[in-house]
Design a protein around this ligand. Structure first.
Ligand code: SAM
Length: 281
């Protein structure tokens, strides 16, 4: 952004808990905004109040109609339109994508003022690999759909990041544990707020921890990639022990698949060994 911003659409990240995290650029831009498009005028009004700024606001969601988008784009052609969400970075599990797309198609100047996002903040707390990660937004409400999503990501060699709510946390962790196995994970809660915490453990251990004590506040789940480090060290005896355990409650093909998916064992090696064990060789 230049020192004196031109007309256009400005995507502005806001704090996820600590108002001190609002950037100086964001503060300056709010003061110049001709219009602030936000999810909830009461939430954004509080932020502007805190800054001692009063600007016109309009509610905007991705399900707002084309006319609402057109009006914002028309305003951004000759003035400064700021897009914010209730907290964090707009468009990240929040409204904005359709507006940015439409503004781009209309040739409107678009600039972003980056800042807090719970997904990135949680990754920095978890102590899990960050070289490759997948942000997968909110998990579905229902077990079957949740398990399907977990299965979709199971083979990815990447850290997984999900948004979650307190009441659903234990059930989600249990489903994730069933599908992904005993991977390392972290539950980052109330980041940048007074009760911030980041609890780490395996998925089954975390599921147990929260089953009778659903936590309050906002939550991000971070899950380590499949356990390849263990696989590298998995000699024949260790593989046999793992497969014997798996074969006690599942058929050969499934046991081989689990060993491959959750322990990084080469699929054919796991399958051949499982067949041999099942045949009593
Ligand atoms: N756009 C936002 C961002 O960039 O982080 C996310 C919006 S999404 C509707 C809200 C979800 O983000 C919450 O349900 C929670 O999963 C996560 N979240 C937001 N603030 C958080 C915080 N302070 N600590 C942990 N998770 C948070």
């Amino acid at each position: 952004m230049k020192s004196s911003p031109s007309s256009g659409l400005y995507i502005v990240a806001t704090p996820i808990g600590n108002l001190g995290d609002l950037s100086d650029r964001a503060k300056s831009l709010f003061a110049l905004a001709d219009l602030v498009a936000c999810e909830d005028k009461r939430v954004t009004g509080k932020l502007l109040n805190h800054l001692g700024i009063k600007r016109p606001m309009v509610a905007y969601h991705d399900h707002s109609d084309d006319a609402a988008r057109d009006a914002l784009i028309a305003r951004a052609a000759s003035g400064i339109v700021v897009l914010v969400s209730d907290a964090g970075t707009p468009l990240i599990s929040d409204p904005g994508y359709k507006l940015v797309r439409a503004a781009r198609a209309a040739g409107i100047t678009i600039a972003t003022l980056p800042g807090p996002s719970a997904a990135i903040a949680a990754l920095t707390l978890a102590g899990l690999p960050t070289d490759r990660f997948v942000f997968a937004g909110f998990l579905p409400n229902k077990t079957k759909a949740r398990r399907d999503v977990a299965a979709e990501f199971a083979a990815l060699r990447a850290t997984l990041v999900f948004y979650e709510t307190g009441p659903r946390l234990a059930a989600s962790l249990a489903d994730l544990a069933d599908v992904l196995g005993p991977r390392e994970a972290a539950v980052a809660r109330e980041i940048t707020k007074m009760h911030e915490e980041c609890v780490t453990g395996t998925l089954p251990a975390l599921a147990d921890r929260y089953v009778d004590a659903p936590p309050k506040g906002e939550i991000v789940i971070v899950i380590a990639p499949p356990i390849t480090a263990v696989a590298a060290d998995l000699d024949d005896a260790a593989l046999d022990a793992l497969l014997t355990d798996l074969l006690s409650d599942m058929p050969v093909a499934k046991a081989a698949r689990e060993a491959a998916r959750n322990h990084g064992v080469e699929r054919k090696r796991a399958y051949d060994r499982a067949v041999a064990l099942k045949g009593g060789q």
